[in-house]
Design a protein around this ligand. Structure first.
Ligand SMILES: Cc1ncc(C[n+]2csc(CCOP(=O)(O)OP(=O)(O)O)c2C)c(N)n1
Length: 328
């Protein structure tokens, strides 16, 4: 990876602020679920925070993002407000979809967060459609599609990469390779040694980066964004990472290699990043403590706001199923 796109000190600090928010939000989500006050399927992204934080920093608010069930980190990084997020995951009327979408169907178009999908592999064709729209309108917006390593074995991955390359769509295929697809390890299900190698078949750049390294991840993201914006087409980024917990909250993760898991947790990217900021004189311990305390307060407010909000009325059940009024 060249250093042309390396983040400057301010950018790096900005990435950390997002990372700290994502980590704190994941920890709080698991805590609140444990109290029984929040009931939802929860796919922890703990360990994967740097990837969306760096990617989102390379985008503007106008750019689009399509994500998956393990995507709350993507949305928070892209700017979804905490209150709206928490109200939606709690199924309340103040949520982004009036509490009717829930954690698997979050959306916030105001910040380009278009859709969450629970169908493995489906983020990519949707992203292609949005990117094609941008291309037709000539509005210069870039679309990111997030997915896991397991999704790269689905037909939609191959169809999407092919079409995006043929049409030079402004899209970035961002694989967050956490080495597991539900309970299956990467090696057990994937013939390709590296996901990034698959890009060659579709005549597009395929880069594998350490997704837990903010400098490497940001540089790859910036390069792909510039390429897409310049009309040069898609990029496949394989960001290597590790999810610290089971596939879904409550999964005993007995299938995970204990040594591998411990090593990944010992190399937790968040404290490493934090220490790096201090070592490089980008932030002081006191500044970081203040930022982290402010994040906790914001999350406190969001949790209270969400749990005080009402559940949707039964009359809402059939509303918003189809678009109302004229469809252009
Ligand atoms: C088309 C389809 N097949 C199977 C499933 C069941 N399923 C849900 S998540 C998942 C694992 C996907 O793993 P990966 O793409 O690596 O993403 P990760 O969960 O690791 O982030 C599977 C098989 C599904 N939701 N959709």
């Amino acid at each position: 990876m060249t250093s042309t796109y390396a983040p400057d000190r301010t950018t790096l600090f900005g990435i950390y602020k997002r990372v700290a928010l994502l980590k704190a939000n994941d920890e709080r989500s698991r805590k609140v679920i444990m109290t029984g006050r929040l009931v939802m399927p929860y796919y922890s992204y703990r360990g994967q925070e740097v990837i969306p934080a760096a990617m989102a920093t390379a985008l503007t608010d106008d750019d689009y993002w399509v994500t998956i069930y393990r995507g709350i980190h993507d949305m928070l990084a892209k700017g979804m407000p905490l209150n709206d997020l928490w109200a939606e995951i709690a199924g309340r009327v103040d949520g982004t979809c009036k509490g009717k979408g829930g954690p698997m169907h979050l959306t916030y178009p105001e910040k380009g967060i278009m859709v969450t999908t629970g169908i493995v592999g489906s983020s990519m064709p949707i992203a292609n459609g949005i990117a094609w729209g941008s291309q037709l309108k000539g509005n210069n917006r870039v679309t990111v599609a997030t997915f896991g390593d397991g999704a790269t074995n689905i037909g939609a991955f191959h169809e999407s990469l092919n079409l995006a390359s043929v049409w030079k769509l402004p899209v970035i295929f961002l694989c967050q390779n956490n080495l597991y697809s539900e309970h299956t390890t990467y090696e057990k299900a994937t013939a390709a040694k590296r996901v990034a190698d698959r890009a060659a078949a579709y005549n597009m750049p395929g880069v594998r980066v350490n997704g837990n390294d903010p400098v490497e991840m940001y540089a790859a993201a910036r390069e792909a964004v510039d390429r897409a914006r310049a009309g040069d087409g898609p990029t496949l980024i394989e960001a290597m990472t590790f999810r610290f917990y089971g596939h879904v909250f409550g999964d005993a993760d007995a299938y995970m290699d204990k040594g591998q898991k411990q090593a990944a947790m010992d190399a937790d990217p968040v404290p490493l990043f934090r220490a790096r900021l201090i070592a490089e004189g980008i932030a002081t311990e006191a500044e970081l403590v203040a930022i982290e305390a402010e994040i906790e307060t914001r999350i406190d407010t969001a949790v209270e706001f969400a749990l005080a909000s009402a559940f949707p009325d039964l009359g809402e059940l059939t509303r918003d199923v189809y678009a109302e009024g004229e469809v252009a």
